[in-house]
Design a protein around this ligand. Sequence first.
Ligand code: BDP
Length: 608
Amino acid sequence: MESLLFPVSNRVRSFQKLDGLWNFKFDPKGVGEKEGWNKGLGGDVIKMPVPASFSDFFTDRESRDYCGDFWYETTLFVPEYLKGKKVCLRFGSVTHRAVVYLNGKEVGGHVGGFLPFNCDISDAAKYGEENILTVKVNNELDETTLPCGNVKTLKDGRKLITPYFDFYNYSGIHRSVYLLGLPETEIEDYDYTVALDGADAKVCVSAYVSGKDEGLEAEVILEDETGKEAGKFLAKQDGKSSFEGTIDIKNAHLWDVLKPYLYTITIKVSKDGEVLDEYKDRIGIRTVRIEGEKLLLNEKPVYLKGYGKHEDFDVIGRGFSYPVAKRDFECMKWSGANCFRTSHYPYAEEWYRFADEEGFLIIDEVPAVGMMRSLMNFVDAGRGKYTSFFETETVPELQKNHLQAVHEMFRRDKNHPSVIAWSLFNEPETISEFAHNYFKVIFDEARKLDVQNRPLTGALEKTSSPEKCQVNELCDFICLNRYYGWYISGGPELQDAKELFIEEMDAWKAKKLNKPFVFTEFGSDTLGYEHRLPSVMWAQEYQDEYYNMNFEVFDKYDFIQGELTWNFADFQTSEGIFRVGGNKKGVFTRNRQPKQAAYILKRRWDSK
Ligand code: BDP
Protein backbone atom coordinates (compact mmCIF):
# COMPACT_ATOMS: atom_id res chain seq x y z
CA MET A 1 0.00 0.00 0.00
CA GLU A 2 1.30 3.46 -0.85
CA SER A 3 1.64 5.49 2.34
CA LEU A 4 0.08 8.94 2.19
CA LEU A 5 0.98 9.85 5.77
CA PHE A 6 2.19 13.41 6.21
CA PRO A 7 5.99 13.60 6.55
CA VAL A 8 7.47 13.61 10.07
CA SER A 9 11.05 13.42 11.26
CA ASN A 10 12.23 11.52 14.32
CA ARG A 11 14.86 8.96 15.27
CA VAL A 12 13.89 6.64 12.41
CA ARG A 13 12.35 8.97 9.85
CA SER A 14 13.74 12.04 8.16
CA PHE A 15 12.53 14.54 5.60
CA GLN A 16 13.94 17.38 3.64
CA LYS A 17 11.82 19.89 1.75
CA LEU A 18 12.93 20.46 -1.82
CA ASP A 19 10.93 23.65 -2.31
CA GLY A 20 12.67 26.59 -3.94
CA LEU A 21 13.66 27.82 -7.35
CA TRP A 22 13.62 24.97 -9.86
CA ASN A 23 14.32 24.97 -13.61
CA PHE A 24 11.39 24.85 -15.98
CA LYS A 25 10.74 24.37 -19.68
CA PHE A 26 7.66 24.16 -21.87
CA ASP A 27 7.56 21.18 -24.22
CA PRO A 28 4.82 22.03 -26.74
CA LYS A 29 6.01 19.43 -29.27
CA GLY A 30 6.44 16.66 -26.68
CA VAL A 31 10.11 16.15 -27.51
CA GLY A 32 11.34 16.05 -23.89
CA GLU A 33 12.25 12.37 -23.55
CA LYS A 34 13.60 12.13 -27.10
CA GLU A 35 15.93 15.00 -26.41
CA GLY A 36 16.99 13.57 -23.07
CA TRP A 37 15.32 16.12 -20.78
CA ASN A 38 14.73 13.32 -18.33
CA LYS A 39 18.51 13.42 -17.72
CA GLY A 40 18.51 17.20 -17.31
CA LEU A 41 16.74 20.05 -19.06
CA GLY A 42 19.81 21.74 -20.49
CA GLY A 43 19.74 24.80 -22.74
CA ASP A 44 17.56 27.78 -21.93
CA VAL A 45 15.59 27.23 -18.80
CA ILE A 46 13.09 29.36 -16.97
CA LYS A 47 13.52 29.74 -13.21
CA MET A 48 10.33 28.56 -11.54
CA PRO A 49 9.27 28.71 -7.87
CA VAL A 50 8.02 25.49 -6.29
CA PRO A 51 5.34 25.21 -4.97
CA ALA A 52 3.18 27.43 -7.18
CA SER A 53 1.17 27.49 -10.37
CA PHE A 54 3.32 28.63 -13.27
CA SER A 55 0.71 30.78 -15.00
CA ASP A 56 0.62 34.11 -13.26
CA PHE A 57 4.37 34.69 -13.19
CA PHE A 58 4.45 35.19 -16.94
CA THR A 59 3.87 38.45 -18.75
CA ASP A 60 2.91 36.87 -22.08
CA ARG A 61 -0.39 35.23 -22.80
CA GLU A 62 1.01 32.09 -24.50
CA SER A 63 3.00 31.11 -21.42
CA ARG A 64 0.24 31.92 -18.98
CA ASP A 65 -2.36 29.89 -20.84
CA TYR A 66 0.06 27.13 -21.89
CA CYS A 67 -1.48 23.73 -22.30
CA GLY A 68 0.50 20.52 -22.88
CA ASP A 69 3.71 19.02 -21.46
CA PHE A 70 6.13 21.05 -19.35
CA TRP A 71 9.13 20.06 -17.29
CA TYR A 72 10.63 20.88 -13.93
CA GLU A 73 14.16 20.14 -12.80
CA THR A 74 16.19 20.43 -9.64
CA THR A 75 19.28 18.84 -8.16
CA LEU A 76 19.16 17.13 -4.84
CA PHE A 77 21.84 15.79 -2.62
CA VAL A 78 20.98 12.37 -1.19
CA PRO A 79 23.04 11.97 1.98
CA GLU A 80 25.10 8.85 2.54
CA TYR A 81 23.29 8.16 5.83
CA LEU A 82 20.09 7.40 3.93
CA LYS A 83 21.65 4.30 2.40
CA GLY A 84 19.76 1.23 3.58
CA LYS A 85 16.60 3.28 4.23
CA LYS A 86 13.55 3.38 2.03
CA VAL A 87 14.21 6.66 0.24
CA CYS A 88 11.24 8.35 -1.40
CA LEU A 89 10.28 11.53 -3.12
CA ARG A 90 6.92 12.79 -1.97
CA PHE A 91 4.90 15.23 -4.05
CA GLY A 92 1.97 16.95 -2.30
CA SER A 93 0.34 17.38 -5.71
CA VAL A 94 1.32 17.86 -9.32
CA THR A 95 -1.44 19.14 -11.57
CA HIS A 96 -2.64 17.17 -13.47
CA ARG A 97 -0.25 14.33 -14.31
CA ALA A 98 3.40 13.69 -13.63
CA VAL A 99 6.21 11.37 -14.67
CA VAL A 100 9.22 11.55 -12.35
CA TYR A 101 12.81 10.83 -13.37
CA LEU A 102 15.90 10.58 -11.22
CA ASN A 103 19.22 10.72 -13.03
CA GLY A 104 17.35 9.97 -16.22
CA LYS A 105 15.56 6.90 -14.91
CA GLU A 106 11.77 6.86 -14.52
CA VAL A 107 10.99 6.38 -10.83
CA GLY A 108 7.24 6.94 -10.71
CA GLY A 109 4.36 9.17 -11.56
CA HIS A 110 0.76 10.00 -10.89
CA VAL A 111 -2.46 10.94 -12.59
CA GLY A 112 -4.73 13.40 -10.80
CA GLY A 113 -3.68 16.88 -9.82
CA PHE A 114 -4.82 17.24 -6.22
CA LEU A 115 -3.49 14.34 -4.19
CA PRO A 116 -0.03 13.24 -3.04
CA PHE A 117 2.15 10.46 -4.35
CA ASN A 118 5.53 8.93 -3.57
CA CYS A 119 8.32 7.66 -5.77
CA ASP A 120 10.68 5.11 -4.25
CA ILE A 121 14.19 6.13 -5.29
CA SER A 122 16.10 3.79 -2.97
CA ASP A 123 17.71 2.04 -5.94
CA ALA A 124 17.89 4.92 -8.38
CA ALA A 125 19.51 7.40 -5.99
CA LYS A 126 23.24 8.12 -5.94
CA TYR A 127 24.18 8.40 -2.26
CA GLY A 128 26.56 11.04 -1.02
CA GLU A 129 26.16 12.82 -4.36
CA GLU A 130 23.98 15.25 -6.22
CA ASN A 131 21.15 13.72 -8.20
CA ILE A 132 19.17 15.27 -11.02
CA LEU A 133 15.43 15.20 -10.54
CA THR A 134 13.20 16.02 -13.49
CA VAL A 135 9.44 15.92 -13.63
CA LYS A 136 7.39 15.90 -16.79
CA VAL A 137 4.00 17.44 -16.12
CA ASN A 138 0.95 17.69 -18.32
CA ASN A 139 -2.10 19.85 -17.74
CA GLU A 140 -4.48 18.60 -20.41
CA LEU A 141 -7.93 17.39 -19.46
CA ASP A 142 -10.48 15.23 -21.14
CA GLU A 143 -13.70 13.44 -20.25
CA THR A 144 -11.88 10.69 -18.37
CA THR A 145 -9.96 13.00 -16.04
CA LEU A 146 -10.96 14.64 -12.78
CA PRO A 147 -11.86 17.41 -13.33
CA CYS A 148 -13.38 16.98 -16.79
CA GLY A 149 -12.65 19.23 -19.71
CA ASN A 150 -11.27 19.21 -23.18
CA VAL A 151 -8.43 20.55 -25.29
CA LYS A 152 -8.91 22.58 -28.41
CA THR A 153 -6.20 23.16 -31.01
CA LEU A 154 -5.92 26.72 -32.31
CA LYS A 155 -5.11 27.52 -35.94
CA ASP A 156 -1.44 28.12 -35.10
CA GLY A 157 -1.21 24.65 -33.54
CA ARG A 158 -1.28 25.83 -29.92
CA LYS A 159 -3.40 23.85 -27.51
CA LEU A 160 -5.99 25.58 -25.37
CA ILE A 161 -7.71 24.06 -22.38
CA THR A 162 -11.49 24.20 -22.46
CA PRO A 163 -12.56 23.32 -18.93
CA TYR A 164 -16.07 22.14 -18.11
CA PHE A 165 -15.78 24.03 -14.83
CA ASP A 166 -15.56 27.57 -13.57
CA PHE A 167 -12.02 27.96 -12.22
CA TYR A 168 -8.75 28.62 -13.94
CA ASN A 169 -6.88 25.46 -14.91
CA TYR A 170 -3.89 26.37 -12.76
CA SER A 171 -1.16 23.79 -13.02
CA GLY A 172 2.34 22.93 -11.94
CA ILE A 173 3.92 21.60 -8.76
CA HIS A 174 1.40 23.08 -6.37
CA ARG A 175 2.49 21.64 -3.06
CA SER A 176 5.76 20.86 -1.30
CA VAL A 177 8.13 18.18 -2.52
CA TYR A 178 9.96 16.13 0.11
CA LEU A 179 12.87 13.75 0.20
CA LEU A 180 11.90 11.12 2.75
CA GLY A 181 14.08 8.65 4.60
CA LEU A 182 11.85 5.86 5.86
CA PRO A 183 12.52 2.65 7.75
CA GLU A 184 12.14 -0.63 5.93
CA THR A 185 9.53 -1.81 8.38
CA GLU A 186 7.25 1.16 7.93
CA ILE A 187 4.03 2.32 9.53
CA GLU A 188 2.21 2.91 6.26
CA ASP A 189 -1.07 4.08 7.62
CA TYR A 190 -3.27 4.21 10.67
CA ASP A 191 -6.86 5.02 11.45
CA TYR A 192 -9.08 5.33 14.48
CA THR A 193 -12.66 5.35 15.59
CA VAL A 194 -14.21 7.07 18.58
CA ALA A 195 -17.08 5.90 20.77
CA LEU A 196 -18.39 8.23 23.46
CA ASP A 197 -19.76 6.93 26.72
CA GLY A 198 -20.92 9.82 28.88
CA ALA A 199 -17.81 11.80 29.75
CA ASP A 200 -15.52 8.97 28.67
CA ALA A 201 -14.29 7.88 25.26
CA LYS A 202 -13.03 4.71 23.67
CA VAL A 203 -10.48 5.29 20.93
CA CYS A 204 -9.87 2.25 18.79
CA VAL A 205 -6.69 2.50 16.72
CA SER A 206 -5.42 0.33 13.86
CA ALA A 207 -1.91 0.69 12.48
CA TYR A 208 -0.80 -0.87 9.20
CA VAL A 209 2.81 -1.90 8.83
CA SER A 210 4.82 -2.87 5.75
CA GLY A 211 7.78 -5.16 5.43
CA LYS A 212 8.51 -8.81 5.96
CA ASP A 213 9.50 -8.65 9.61
CA GLU A 214 7.85 -11.15 11.95
CA GLY A 215 7.35 -10.91 15.67
CA LEU A 216 6.69 -7.18 15.72
CA GLU A 217 5.16 -5.32 18.60
CA ALA A 218 3.28 -2.06 18.47
CA GLU A 219 2.78 0.50 21.19
CA VAL A 220 0.20 3.24 20.75
CA ILE A 221 0.18 6.13 23.19
CA LEU A 222 -2.20 9.08 23.49
CA GLU A 223 -1.08 12.23 25.25
CA ASP A 224 -3.26 15.16 26.16
CA GLU A 225 -2.41 18.78 25.36
CA THR A 226 -0.26 19.10 28.49
CA GLY A 227 1.84 16.15 27.36
CA LYS A 228 0.35 13.86 30.02
CA GLU A 229 -0.26 10.28 28.99
CA ALA A 230 -3.98 9.74 28.54
CA GLY A 231 -3.78 6.03 27.71
CA LYS A 232 -1.95 3.43 25.69
CA PHE A 233 -1.99 -0.13 24.46
CA LEU A 234 0.46 -2.75 23.35
CA ALA A 235 -0.32 -5.16 20.55
CA LYS A 236 1.55 -8.11 19.15
CA GLN A 237 1.63 -9.10 15.52
CA ASP A 238 -0.33 -12.26 14.94
CA GLY A 239 0.33 -13.12 11.33
CA LYS A 240 -1.23 -9.88 10.06
CA SER A 241 0.29 -6.61 8.95
CA SER A 242 -1.99 -4.57 11.19
CA PHE A 243 -2.19 -3.91 14.90
CA GLU A 244 -5.35 -3.03 16.71
CA GLY A 245 -6.14 -1.88 20.19
CA THR A 246 -8.41 0.32 22.25
CA ILE A 247 -7.60 3.13 24.63
CA ASP A 248 -10.16 4.09 27.27
CA ILE A 249 -10.05 7.73 28.21
CA LYS A 250 -11.80 8.95 31.32
CA ASN A 251 -13.22 12.47 31.08
CA ALA A 252 -12.11 12.86 27.49
CA HIS A 253 -11.52 16.32 26.09
CA LEU A 254 -13.64 16.46 22.98
CA TRP A 255 -12.62 18.10 19.74
CA ASP A 256 -15.52 20.41 19.01
CA VAL A 257 -16.54 23.03 16.53
CA LEU A 258 -14.36 26.13 17.12
CA LYS A 259 -13.27 24.50 20.39
CA PRO A 260 -10.59 22.13 19.19
CA TYR A 261 -8.74 19.82 21.51
CA LEU A 262 -6.07 17.64 20.02
CA TYR A 263 -4.39 14.60 21.50
CA THR A 264 -0.97 13.51 20.31
CA ILE A 265 -0.91 9.97 19.09
CA THR A 266 2.41 8.11 18.94
CA ILE A 267 2.63 4.76 17.20
CA LYS A 268 5.82 2.78 17.75
CA VAL A 269 6.65 -0.50 16.10
CA SER A 270 9.50 -2.51 17.56
CA LYS A 271 11.15 -5.88 17.50
CA ASP A 272 13.05 -7.33 20.43
CA GLY A 273 13.02 -3.93 22.11
CA GLU A 274 14.39 -2.02 19.10
CA VAL A 275 12.13 0.68 17.67
CA LEU A 276 11.86 0.06 13.93
CA ASP A 277 9.40 2.86 13.17
CA GLU A 278 7.62 5.62 14.97
CA TYR A 279 4.90 8.01 13.80
CA LYS A 280 3.40 10.97 15.67
CA ASP A 281 0.27 12.87 14.75
CA ARG A 282 -2.46 15.00 16.30
CA ILE A 283 -5.97 13.60 16.43
CA GLY A 284 -9.29 14.67 17.85
CA ILE A 285 -11.87 12.81 19.84
CA ARG A 286 -15.21 13.56 18.28
CA THR A 287 -18.07 11.76 16.64
CA VAL A 288 -20.13 12.76 13.66
CA ARG A 289 -23.32 11.25 12.39
CA ILE A 290 -26.69 12.08 10.97
CA GLU A 291 -29.95 11.54 12.73
CA GLY A 292 -33.10 12.46 10.87
CA GLU A 293 -32.77 16.03 9.68
CA LYS A 294 -29.83 16.87 11.93
CA LEU A 295 -26.07 16.67 11.60
CA LEU A 296 -24.69 15.65 14.97
CA LEU A 297 -21.21 16.50 16.15
CA ASN A 298 -20.49 14.84 19.48
CA GLU A 299 -24.17 13.96 19.55
CA LYS A 300 -25.20 17.65 19.42
CA PRO A 301 -26.78 19.28 16.35
CA VAL A 302 -24.44 21.54 14.46
CA TYR A 303 -25.46 24.17 11.90
CA LEU A 304 -22.85 24.69 9.19
CA LYS A 305 -21.93 28.30 8.48
CA GLY A 306 -19.26 29.25 6.02
CA TYR A 307 -18.04 28.98 2.52
CA GLY A 308 -17.19 27.11 -0.58
CA LYS A 309 -13.59 28.05 -1.23
CA HIS A 310 -10.85 27.65 -3.79
CA GLU A 311 -7.12 27.33 -3.46
CA ASP A 312 -6.56 30.54 -5.35
CA PHE A 313 -4.53 33.66 -4.80
CA ASP A 314 -2.86 36.41 -6.77
CA VAL A 315 0.49 35.52 -8.38
CA ILE A 316 0.85 32.07 -6.77
CA GLY A 317 -2.32 30.64 -8.32
CA ARG A 318 -3.11 27.36 -6.63
CA GLY A 319 0.24 26.99 -4.86
CA PHE A 320 -0.12 26.39 -1.15
CA SER A 321 0.85 29.31 1.08
CA TYR A 322 0.61 29.27 4.88
CA PRO A 323 0.30 33.08 5.02
CA VAL A 324 -2.74 32.99 2.71
CA ALA A 325 -4.28 30.11 4.65
CA LYS A 326 -3.73 32.03 7.89
CA ARG A 327 -5.48 35.10 6.52
CA ASP A 328 -8.33 32.95 5.25
CA PHE A 329 -8.90 31.37 8.64
CA GLU A 330 -8.81 34.80 10.31
CA CYS A 331 -11.37 36.17 7.83
CA MET A 332 -13.58 33.11 8.18
CA LYS A 333 -13.49 33.25 11.99
CA TRP A 334 -14.18 36.99 11.97
CA SER A 335 -17.28 36.42 9.86
CA GLY A 336 -18.62 33.85 12.31
CA ALA A 337 -18.06 30.85 10.04
CA ASN A 338 -17.37 27.32 11.28
CA CYS A 339 -17.10 25.30 8.09
CA PHE A 340 -15.87 25.20 4.51
CA ARG A 341 -16.13 22.86 1.57
CA THR A 342 -12.92 22.09 -0.31
CA SER A 343 -14.65 22.90 -3.58
CA HIS A 344 -13.83 21.45 -6.07
CA TYR A 345 -10.87 19.23 -5.14
CA PRO A 346 -8.93 18.07 -2.09
CA TYR A 347 -6.77 20.93 -0.82
CA ALA A 348 -3.19 20.84 0.43
CA GLU A 349 -2.87 18.74 3.59
CA GLU A 350 -1.81 21.82 5.54
CA TRP A 351 -5.37 23.15 5.24
CA TYR A 352 -6.78 20.17 7.13
CA ARG A 353 -4.05 20.27 9.77
CA PHE A 354 -4.77 23.97 10.24
CA ALA A 355 -8.53 23.32 10.44
CA ASP A 356 -7.89 20.64 13.10
CA GLU A 357 -6.11 23.29 15.15
CA GLU A 358 -8.84 25.91 14.61
CA GLY A 359 -11.87 23.70 15.17
CA PHE A 360 -13.16 24.21 11.65
CA LEU A 361 -15.40 21.67 9.96
CA ILE A 362 -14.58 20.52 6.44
CA ILE A 363 -16.67 18.92 3.74
CA ASP A 364 -13.89 17.26 1.76
CA GLU A 365 -14.55 17.14 -1.98
CA VAL A 366 -13.08 14.87 -4.62
CA PRO A 367 -12.26 16.64 -7.95
CA ALA A 368 -15.36 15.23 -9.67
CA VAL A 369 -16.39 18.49 -11.31
CA GLY A 370 -17.31 19.21 -14.91
CA MET A 371 -19.40 16.10 -15.37
CA MET A 372 -21.54 17.88 -17.89
CA ARG A 373 -20.36 18.80 -21.36
CA SER A 374 -20.37 22.57 -21.09
CA LEU A 375 -17.88 25.41 -21.22
CA MET A 376 -20.20 27.55 -19.13
CA ASN A 377 -21.55 25.01 -16.75
CA PHE A 378 -22.46 27.80 -14.35
CA VAL A 379 -25.01 29.02 -16.88
CA ASP A 380 -26.03 25.73 -18.47
CA ALA A 381 -26.34 23.86 -15.20
CA GLY A 382 -29.69 24.93 -13.93
CA ARG A 383 -31.11 25.79 -17.32
CA GLY A 384 -31.96 22.22 -18.05
CA LYS A 385 -29.26 21.56 -20.65
CA TYR A 386 -28.74 17.82 -21.07
CA THR A 387 -25.50 16.58 -22.64
CA SER A 388 -25.78 12.77 -22.24
CA PHE A 389 -22.57 12.93 -20.23
CA PHE A 390 -22.94 9.56 -18.54
CA GLU A 391 -23.91 7.81 -21.74
CA THR A 392 -20.47 8.05 -23.35
CA GLU A 393 -18.10 5.17 -23.98
CA THR A 394 -15.31 6.84 -21.95
CA VAL A 395 -17.38 6.69 -18.75
CA PRO A 396 -15.79 3.45 -17.41
CA GLU A 397 -12.36 5.10 -17.62
CA LEU A 398 -13.68 8.18 -15.85
CA GLN A 399 -15.25 6.04 -13.16
CA LYS A 400 -11.96 4.23 -12.61
CA ASN A 401 -10.18 7.56 -12.09
CA HIS A 402 -12.99 8.79 -9.87
CA LEU A 403 -12.67 5.73 -7.64
CA GLN A 404 -8.91 6.16 -7.48
CA ALA A 405 -9.31 9.77 -6.35
CA VAL A 406 -11.87 8.71 -3.73
CA HIS A 407 -9.48 6.05 -2.41
CA GLU A 408 -6.57 8.46 -2.23
CA MET A 409 -8.57 11.29 -0.67
CA PHE A 410 -10.06 9.05 2.01
CA ARG A 411 -6.67 7.52 2.79
CA ARG A 412 -5.00 10.93 3.03
CA ASP A 413 -7.67 12.79 5.03
CA LYS A 414 -9.49 10.26 7.20
CA ASN A 415 -7.62 11.02 10.42
CA HIS A 416 -8.53 14.71 10.54
CA PRO A 417 -11.19 15.53 13.10
CA SER A 418 -12.01 18.58 10.95
CA VAL A 419 -13.24 16.37 8.11
CA ILE A 420 -16.88 15.71 8.93
CA ALA A 421 -18.20 14.62 5.54
CA TRP A 422 -17.12 13.57 2.07
CA SER A 423 -18.44 15.19 -1.08
CA LEU A 424 -18.17 12.84 -4.03
CA PHE A 425 -19.18 15.22 -6.82
CA ASN A 426 -20.01 18.76 -7.78
CA GLU A 427 -22.89 19.49 -10.14
CA PRO A 428 -22.88 16.50 -12.46
CA GLU A 429 -25.81 15.75 -14.72
CA THR A 430 -27.96 13.68 -12.41
CA ILE A 431 -31.24 13.31 -14.21
CA SER A 432 -30.65 9.98 -15.97
CA GLU A 433 -30.43 6.45 -14.69
CA PHE A 434 -26.97 6.39 -16.28
CA ALA A 435 -25.90 8.96 -13.70
CA HIS A 436 -27.56 6.95 -10.96
CA ASN A 437 -25.73 3.78 -11.96
CA TYR A 438 -22.44 5.63 -12.24
CA PHE A 439 -22.70 7.21 -8.80
CA LYS A 440 -24.10 4.11 -7.11
CA VAL A 441 -20.73 2.45 -7.76
CA ILE A 442 -18.84 5.46 -6.40
CA PHE A 443 -20.97 5.69 -3.24
CA ASP A 444 -20.95 1.93 -2.61
CA GLU A 445 -17.16 1.92 -2.75
CA ALA A 446 -16.81 5.05 -0.61
CA ARG A 447 -19.01 3.49 2.07
CA LYS A 448 -16.47 0.73 2.54
CA LEU A 449 -13.50 3.03 3.00
CA ASP A 450 -14.03 5.16 6.07
CA VAL A 451 -13.84 3.44 9.45
CA GLN A 452 -15.42 6.54 10.96
CA ASN A 453 -18.40 6.19 8.61
CA ARG A 454 -18.63 9.89 7.92
CA PRO A 455 -21.65 11.02 5.91
CA LEU A 456 -21.40 11.01 2.13
CA THR A 457 -22.81 13.68 -0.09
CA GLY A 458 -22.32 15.64 -3.31
CA ALA A 459 -23.33 19.11 -4.50
CA LEU A 460 -26.41 19.20 -6.73
CA GLU A 461 -27.18 21.94 -9.24
CA LYS A 462 -30.58 23.32 -10.12
CA THR A 463 -31.53 20.75 -12.78
CA SER A 464 -31.16 18.16 -10.01
CA SER A 465 -34.62 19.11 -8.89
CA PRO A 466 -36.79 17.15 -6.45
CA GLU A 467 -38.68 15.76 -9.43
CA LYS A 468 -35.74 14.84 -11.65
CA CYS A 469 -32.65 14.11 -9.58
CA GLN A 470 -31.69 10.43 -9.68
CA VAL A 471 -28.77 10.68 -7.30
CA ASN A 472 -29.92 12.35 -4.08
CA GLU A 473 -31.10 9.06 -2.58
CA LEU A 474 -27.44 7.99 -2.44
CA CYS A 475 -26.53 10.99 -0.27
CA ASP A 476 -26.69 10.95 3.53
CA PHE A 477 -27.44 14.64 3.50
CA ILE A 478 -28.45 16.77 0.55
CA CYS A 479 -26.22 19.58 -0.68
CA LEU A 480 -27.77 22.14 -3.00
CA ASN A 481 -26.06 24.74 -5.18
CA ARG A 482 -28.74 27.31 -5.96
CA TYR A 483 -28.61 30.72 -7.61
CA TYR A 484 -32.15 32.09 -7.34
CA GLY A 485 -31.71 35.83 -7.72
CA TRP A 486 -28.58 35.48 -9.81
CA TYR A 487 -28.71 33.02 -12.71
CA ILE A 488 -32.44 32.72 -12.18
CA SER A 489 -34.60 35.85 -11.94
CA GLY A 490 -31.91 38.30 -10.89
CA GLY A 491 -32.08 42.05 -10.28
CA PRO A 492 -35.58 43.49 -10.66
CA GLU A 493 -37.02 39.95 -10.47
CA LEU A 494 -35.63 39.18 -7.02
CA GLN A 495 -39.11 38.81 -5.58
CA ASP A 496 -39.99 36.22 -8.23
CA ALA A 497 -36.71 34.48 -7.49
CA LYS A 498 -37.80 34.15 -3.89
CA GLU A 499 -41.11 32.60 -4.88
CA LEU A 500 -39.46 30.15 -7.26
CA PHE A 501 -36.99 29.23 -4.56
CA ILE A 502 -39.76 28.60 -2.05
CA GLU A 503 -41.61 26.52 -4.64
CA GLU A 504 -38.57 24.29 -5.04
CA MET A 505 -37.95 23.98 -1.32
CA ASP A 506 -41.61 23.12 -0.74
CA ALA A 507 -41.23 20.35 -3.30
CA TRP A 508 -38.18 18.99 -1.45
CA LYS A 509 -40.10 19.20 1.81
CA ALA A 510 -42.98 17.24 0.29
CA LYS A 511 -40.59 14.42 -0.52
CA LYS A 512 -40.10 13.87 3.24
CA LEU A 513 -36.54 12.65 2.76
CA ASN A 514 -35.87 12.97 6.46
CA LYS A 515 -32.30 14.11 5.78
CA PRO A 516 -30.49 17.36 6.53
CA PHE A 517 -30.06 19.85 3.69
CA VAL A 518 -27.02 22.10 3.36
CA PHE A 519 -26.63 24.88 0.83
CA THR A 520 -23.19 24.37 -0.59
CA GLU A 521 -23.46 27.27 -3.04
CA PHE A 522 -25.46 30.46 -3.29
CA GLY A 523 -24.06 33.84 -4.20
CA SER A 524 -24.02 36.75 -6.59
CA ASP A 525 -21.17 38.29 -8.57
CA THR A 526 -20.24 41.56 -6.94
CA LEU A 527 -17.57 44.10 -7.75
CA GLY A 528 -15.71 45.04 -4.60
CA TYR A 529 -15.76 48.72 -5.56
CA GLU A 530 -19.23 49.09 -7.07
CA HIS A 531 -21.97 50.86 -5.09
CA ARG A 532 -25.42 51.66 -6.44
CA LEU A 533 -28.46 53.15 -4.80
CA PRO A 534 -30.93 51.73 -5.61
CA SER A 535 -29.15 48.45 -6.13
CA VAL A 536 -28.26 46.81 -9.44
CA MET A 537 -26.75 43.39 -10.06
CA TRP A 538 -22.96 43.42 -9.55
CA ALA A 539 -23.17 46.24 -6.98
CA GLN A 540 -22.53 45.59 -3.29
CA GLU A 541 -26.05 46.65 -2.34
CA TYR A 542 -27.41 43.87 -4.54
CA GLN A 543 -25.24 41.24 -2.90
CA ASP A 544 -26.74 42.32 0.44
CA GLU A 545 -30.28 42.01 -0.89
CA TYR A 546 -29.48 38.71 -2.53
CA TYR A 547 -28.18 37.21 0.71
CA ASN A 548 -31.04 38.59 2.77
CA MET A 549 -33.57 37.03 0.39
CA ASN A 550 -31.79 33.67 0.53
CA PHE A 551 -31.68 33.74 4.32
CA GLU A 552 -35.41 34.47 4.49
CA VAL A 553 -36.00 31.30 2.49
CA PHE A 554 -33.54 29.15 4.48
CA ASP A 555 -35.12 30.17 7.75
CA LYS A 556 -38.49 28.77 6.70
CA TYR A 557 -37.28 25.17 6.67
CA ASP A 558 -36.09 23.20 9.70
CA PHE A 559 -34.36 20.61 7.56
CA ILE A 560 -31.86 23.20 6.32
CA GLN A 561 -28.84 22.63 8.49
CA GLY A 562 -26.18 24.67 6.84
CA GLU A 563 -25.29 27.52 4.53
CA LEU A 564 -21.96 27.71 2.74
CA THR A 565 -21.91 30.73 0.46
CA TRP A 566 -20.30 30.82 -2.95
CA ASN A 567 -17.56 31.91 -2.63
CA PHE A 568 -15.30 32.84 0.25
CA ALA A 569 -13.25 35.10 -2.06
CA ASP A 570 -13.14 36.21 -5.68
CA PHE A 571 -11.15 33.74 -7.75
CA GLN A 572 -9.60 33.29 -11.16
CA THR A 573 -11.49 31.56 -13.96
CA SER A 574 -11.00 31.18 -17.69
CA GLU A 575 -11.74 34.44 -19.41
CA GLY A 576 -15.08 34.93 -21.13
CA ILE A 577 -18.07 37.15 -21.57
CA PHE A 578 -19.51 36.20 -18.17
CA ARG A 579 -16.34 36.74 -16.14
CA VAL A 580 -14.63 40.06 -15.47
CA GLY A 581 -11.16 39.13 -14.30
CA GLY A 582 -12.57 35.97 -12.75
CA ASN A 583 -15.54 34.99 -10.65
CA LYS A 584 -16.61 37.84 -8.37
CA LYS A 585 -18.96 36.01 -6.05
CA GLY A 586 -16.50 36.37 -3.19
CA VAL A 587 -17.69 37.65 0.13
CA PHE A 588 -14.09 38.82 0.29
CA THR A 589 -12.09 40.25 -2.57
CA ARG A 590 -9.27 38.21 -4.01
CA ASN A 591 -6.84 40.01 -1.70
CA ARG A 592 -9.03 39.08 1.27
CA GLN A 593 -10.76 42.33 2.15
CA PRO A 594 -14.46 42.18 3.07
CA LYS A 595 -17.18 43.26 0.70
CA GLN A 596 -20.20 44.89 2.28
CA ALA A 597 -22.11 41.60 2.45
CA ALA A 598 -19.45 40.16 4.76
CA TYR A 599 -20.97 42.29 7.54
CA ILE A 600 -24.41 40.83 6.87
CA LEU A 601 -23.03 37.31 7.17
CA LYS A 602 -21.12 38.25 10.30
CA ARG A 603 -24.21 39.65 11.97
CA ARG A 604 -26.23 36.57 11.09
CA TRP A 605 -23.60 33.96 11.91
CA ASP A 606 -22.41 35.58 15.13
CA SER A 607 -25.94 35.22 16.48
CA LYS A 608 -26.79 31.82 14.98
C1 BDP B 1 -21.57 26.53 -9.90
C2 BDP B 1 -20.23 25.84 -9.77
C3 BDP B 1 -19.11 26.77 -9.35
C4 BDP B 1 -19.22 28.09 -10.07
C5 BDP B 1 -20.53 28.73 -9.66
C6 BDP B 1 -20.73 30.11 -10.27
O1 BDP B 1 -20.30 24.75 -8.89
O2 BDP B 1 -17.86 26.16 -9.60
O3 BDP B 1 -18.13 28.94 -9.83
O4 BDP B 1 -21.58 27.91 -10.08
O5 BDP B 1 -21.32 30.19 -11.33
O6 BDP B 1 -22.12 26.08 -11.09
O7 BDP B 1 -20.28 31.09 -9.71
